[in-house]
Design a protein around this ligand. Structure first.
Ligand SMILES: Cc1cc2nc3c(=O)[nH]c(=O)nc-3n(C[C@H](O)[C@H](O)[C@H](O)COP(=O)(O)OP(=O)(O)OC[C@H]3O[C@@H](n4cnc5c(N)ncnc54)[C@H](O)[C@@H]3O)c2cc1C
Ligand code: FES
Length: 279
């Protein structure tokens, strides 16, 4: 059992947990992920590590409540326990001195993206971080972004804060040279940013989120196509070349279980599991 040491509400349905897991904290690196089973007999949920503290023996991850398991996890409080946490899984990010690095995060993936910004800065890079959100009320971790970056930009889908959409990146790239781009966020956003960096030949890394089961290379559910080759998101990734990724296939595969996922969420809510009164 893994105790929740702190619970931070980042936005309405976005939460950050710091969890007591010394063995994982001792090995964790930026870019890696965990498989969390919040309750015994429950589903396995892959979540990206967004902080680790070797001294305290804790790891942190942030999640967006999208379906049954993440909604259920959102009802847990500080002092509650997660049934199981496995990790660190996947390959660490390639952190080197590249020069000028552009780190782009969207939605809940802003949290793990900032771990990359921090590591890139510590490696001696000039770091520009872009925080993307749906609208003003979904923006979080602005101060944390400023603390680990040389420059910070904000973009929202509806223009309620910062730039409207990610198109401003085209102008940014026309005026500033970048040696590397790291993108973490919804698949459509990672695709759009990869399309923007491609004409400038900026090596672009994306963190892919295919449906996963074991997270250890055994089931094959997490197949992705990169550079025409079939690879496993969990053991070959989760980070891949954004200019070679078949995003359309990934989007299609992510939707494979949609009817079952919707049903599972509805059944849980109608069963009273959601404790809707607390919202
Ligand atoms: C390597 C990896 C790292 C991830 N890191 C994070 C993270 O740090 N924070 C976070 O909030 N989420 C992250 N995800 C996505 C997260 O695992 C899913 O949102 C979660 O499994 C949904 O579980 P659920 O039962 O609540 O919803 P489900 O009932 O399984 O799904 C509900 C909705 O979410 C969509 N969904 C399901 N799985 C995924 C997925 N893998 N990617 C995108 N959409 C999905 C479904 O299409 C559906 O619309 C990551 C996924 C992977 C593979
Ligand atoms: S999740 Fe099973 S092989 Fe990757």
């Amino acid at each position: 059992m893994y105790a929740i040491v702190t619970k931070t509400q980042l936005a309405h349905k976005e939460t950050l947990f710091e969890v007591d897991a010394p063995d994982i904290a001792a090995k964790a690196q930026p870019g890696q992920f965990l498989i969390v089973i919040p309750k015994q007999g429950g589903e396995r949920v892959p979540l990206t590590i967004c902080a680790y503290d070797v001294q305290k023996g804790t790891i942190s991850f942030a999640f967006h409540e999208v379906g049954k398991t993440t909604k259920e996890m959102g009802t847990l409080e500080k002092g509650d326990h997660l049934f199981n946490v496995t990790g660190p899984l996947g390959n660490p990010s390639e952190i080197k001195k590249y020069g000028r690095v552009l780190c782009v995060g969207g939605s809940i993936m802003i949290a793990p993206l900032l771990l990359q910004s921090k590591a890139m800065k510590a490696a001696g890079n000039h770091v520009t971080t872009v925080l993307g959100c749906r609208s003003k009320e979904f923006l979080f971790m602005m101060d944390e972004a400023k603390a680990v970056s040389d420059e910070v930009y904000v973009a929202s889908d509806d223009g309620t804060i910062g730039e409207k959409g990610m198109e401003f990146l085209s102008d940014l790239l026309k005026n500033e040279r970048f040696d590397r781009c790291v993108v973490m966020g919804p698949v459509v956003m990672m695709k759009a940013v990869s399309d923007i960096t491609r004409p400038y030949d900026i090596p672009t890394t994306v963190s892919l989120t295919p449906i996963m089961i074991d997270g250890m290379g055994m089931c094959g559910v997490c197949r992705v196509t990169v550079g025409g080759k079939m690879l496993f998101g969990c053991v070959d990734g989760p980070e891949f070349d954004g200019h070679k990724t078949n995003f359309d296939e990934l989007i299609k595969r992510q939707r494979t279980m949609l009817p079952e996922e919707r049903l599972s969420s509805i059944l849980w809510e109608t069963d009273g599991g959601c404790q809707c009164g607390r919202r």
